[in-house]
Ligand binder design. Structure first.
Ligand code: AMP
Ligand code: MG
Length: 652
């Protein structure tokens, strides 16, 4: 691999642009194009691939033809959060960063940082400049980082660290002195931008297209608004549709029929493919195993030599170790000592495990009649997978075993669906964020944390938009902003018919949204549809506000839909177990009761429901290890009846 191919570049464009009057810095016009385009062009020849870290105007950045990664740590946590997102997605061993407002960055930035890092055995290399008679000035946003440092950085951020030079305090840093201080000039204010732009002239630039980060075909979501169905068309397929008494399964079906997948693929390094959605069938390029081989430590022999009427004595002519085939070809009456995984010698079709050999010397073995049959303990080439046969199907969520399988095929890069961008916020004047004083009559916003957890487990790129007041303009702004930046929006609260809830009204105004009362408990109110703003569209899940209801509604409506948008199919697995006690249940609606699954004295699984089942009691959700799903048609459950449960462990 040459130097460039080992390095990816990340352009840091994730700031709020506050000093630019809240405009996005990177997208500002500069010398006939935009600032970020200049940075792209200067970095492109230096590295194998480029991506941008941005937290707003994602599609505008994606239009440059490179992947765009928003922060994972929320709240505009600064350049380190951008670096974290870049490291997470980086498919090469090194990542070099530069800010989006440094259009003059050195043409040898990546190479010099890389050389210094290698020479000094450092973890990070960063640029420094020094003016005559002055102290050295470090430029920590111009740095080259080992991709393997992601966990160190994530921990630093998780502990609240935000300072660029704080996180590598305990790491080995190589400083690289650059002569040209002007190369690191950045443009911070609109005034500076205008001054520079005028000074430098704005002649047309020579645009070389930038390579995408180890990927092709990534780009903005392909949500085709014209061919997509309208909700009323989808709903008309149901004969007895009643939005005010909709069975769970009808709501699930409508959502499933209305959703369209986001088609955008990126290639990632094998390890990074864990938990991602496979975007193409993987066809095995080789036979696995590649050769017939032994399943045991023992002796490879020709079955035809085995006598049925008494012991067989064979001469040992050679030894085969795993990974070291040799060309010994045993003749009649001969065998080869062989280790597990050793390639079967020509002519041999069976292996006798060494512990089944009756007598052994260095040169001879004796085998009792009937000790093995011909063909025993021989693994065939292609037994696991034949060359040309499908190893993994598109749409599969890649698990540890799949990583192993892909590795066994020698596959280093995997095509996966790009992560789904999901924006979420809570609505309600009574909500306070943690860290704020809890005024009279108020509650802390817990739903955003529950949603954060569930969406993160689902593998989404999340945009936490905070709390939005019960105010029409604030709601409209939030929904529009979410719609323009995300593939899907999840809100909580405001979808029932409370007096101060404007959520429904604004959702309906912005697109094709329907409001249901679902035959379920907890839950019931749910908004679903698609909204449009600024030429973009996003699917909308308006979940109820009650803390348990929001989880239940997420798991049973949003989860599968979001997975379908990612091109994955992973239906919720329900187990059937014995109910320890009687459960009161009204027929005609689906009830989700929090349960505790345990094992009885005979090793049989059983479930008991937790105490209070109120839809606001999050404690019971936390105590539970499963949810008991009592379907529409069911009435009261007797002790000992079998019921369906959804296990929380392993649930995404
Ligand atoms: P709503 O659906 O907006 O009528 O809210 C129903 C109930 O859930 C009210 O008691 C709210 O205070 C509560 N609630 C709504 N959103 C949240 C939230 N984000 N965190 C905690 N409780 C909430
Ligand atoms: Mg409310």
């Amino acid at each position: 691999m040459n130097k460039n191919e080992q390095i990816s570049a990340l352009i840091l464009a994730g700031g709020r642009g506050s000093r630019m009057g809240h405009v996005d810095k990177g997208l500002q016009p500069f010398r006939g194009t935009t600032m970020v385009q200049h940075v792209l062009e200067r970095l492109a020849p230096q590295v194998g691939s480029i991506a941008i870290n941005a937290n707003q105007n994602l599609d505008a950045y994606a239009a440059f033809g490179v992947p765009v990664w928003p922060d994972e740590t929320t709240g505009f946590a600064g350049p380190l959060a951008g670096l974290e997102a870049g490291l997470r997605h980086c498919a090469t061993p090194y990542l070099v960063t530069a800010p989006c407002d440094s259009p003059f960055l050195p043409a040898d930035l990546a190479a010099r940082l890389f050389d210094a890092l290698q020479a000094q055995g450092a973890d990070i290399a960063l640029a420094v400049t020094q003016e005559a008679g002055m102290r050295k000035q470090p430029h920590p946003v111009f740095c080259l980082v080992k991709t393997s440092l992601l966990p160190v950085l994530s921990q630093y951020l998780a502990e609240g660290g935000r300072k660029m030079d704080g996180w590598y305090a305990d790491l080995k840093v190589a400083e690289v002195l650059f002569e040209d201080g002007d190369a690191f000039r950045n443009i911070n204010t609109l005034d500076e931008l205008r001054t520079f732009d005028a000074k430098m002239g704005s002649g047309p630039q020579n645009h070389t297209p930038a390579p995408a980060l180890a990927a092709s075909g990534s780009g903005p979501a392909d949500l085709t608004p014209f061919s997509a169905p309208r909700l009323k068309d989808v709903v008309s397929c149901l004969s007895d549709y009643d939005p005010d008494a909709l069975p769970v399964r009808h709501a699930q079906k409508i959502i499933g029929d209305f959703i369209t997948p986001v088609r955008s693929v990126e290639k990632v390094a094998l390890r990074s493919a864990l938990d991602r959605v496979l975007a193409a069938d993987i066809i095995s390029p080789i036979n696995v195993p590649a050769h017939d081989n032994s399943a045991m430590d023992g002796y490879a022999l020709r079955g035809a030599d085995l006598r049925a009427d008494g012991p067989t004595t064979l001469k040992v002519i050679s030894t085969v170790f795993a990974g070291r085939p040799n060309d010994a070809v045993p003749g009649a009456g001969e065998c080869v000592r062989i280790m597990t995984g050793g390639v079967m010698p020509a002519g041999c079709d069976s292996v006798i495990p060494q512990e089944h050999v009756a007598a052994i010397s260095d040169t001879e073995i004796t085998i009792d009649a009937g000790a093995i049959r011909t063909g025993d303990n021989r693994r065939f080439a292609g037994e696991d997978l034949k060359a040309g046969s499908p190893a993994l199907r598109k749409g599969k969520i890649i698990r540890p075993a799949d990583l192993g399988l892909l590795a066994s095929l020698g596959i280093a890069e995997v095509p996966v669906q790009r992560r789904l961008r999901v924006a979420f916020f809570s609505t309600g004047d009574e909500l306070r964020s943690i860290g704020e004083p809890l005024d009279a009559g108020c509650v802390y916003d817990s739903n955003r944390y529950t949603l954060y957890g569930m969406l993160t487990r689902l593998g989404c790129d999340i945009i936490d938009m905070g709390i939005v007041r019960d105010d029409p303009q604030a709601l409209e702004d939030a929904l529009r902003n979410a719609c323009e930046n995300a593939d899907a929006i999840v809100t909580s609260g405001g979808v029932s018919v409370g007096a101060a809830d404007y959520t429904r009204e604004i959702m309906a105004k912005l697109g094709d949204v329907t409001f249901w009362k679902i035959g379920m408990r907890p839950g019931r109110p749910l908004a679903f549809g698609k909204i449009n703003s600024g030429g973009k569209s996003a699917f909308l899940f308006g979940l109820p506000g009650n803390p348990v209801a929001v989880m239940v509604s997420f798991y049973f409506f949003a989860r599968n839909a979001l997975l379908a948008m990612m091109g994955a199919e992973a239906p919720l697995p329900l187990l059937r177990v014995k109910s320890l006690g009687a459960i009161r249940k009204k027929s005609g609606r689906t009830e989700y009761q929090r349960g505790i699954l345990s094992v009885d004295a005979n090793g049989q699984q059983q479930v008991a429901i937790t105490g209070s089942q109120g839809s606001g009691i999050l404690r019971s959700m936390s105590e539970a290890n499963c949810m008991v799903v009592l379907h529409d048609e069911m009435g009261n459950v007797n002790a000992g009846d079998m019921v369906d449960v959804l296990l929380f462990e392993g649930l995404v």
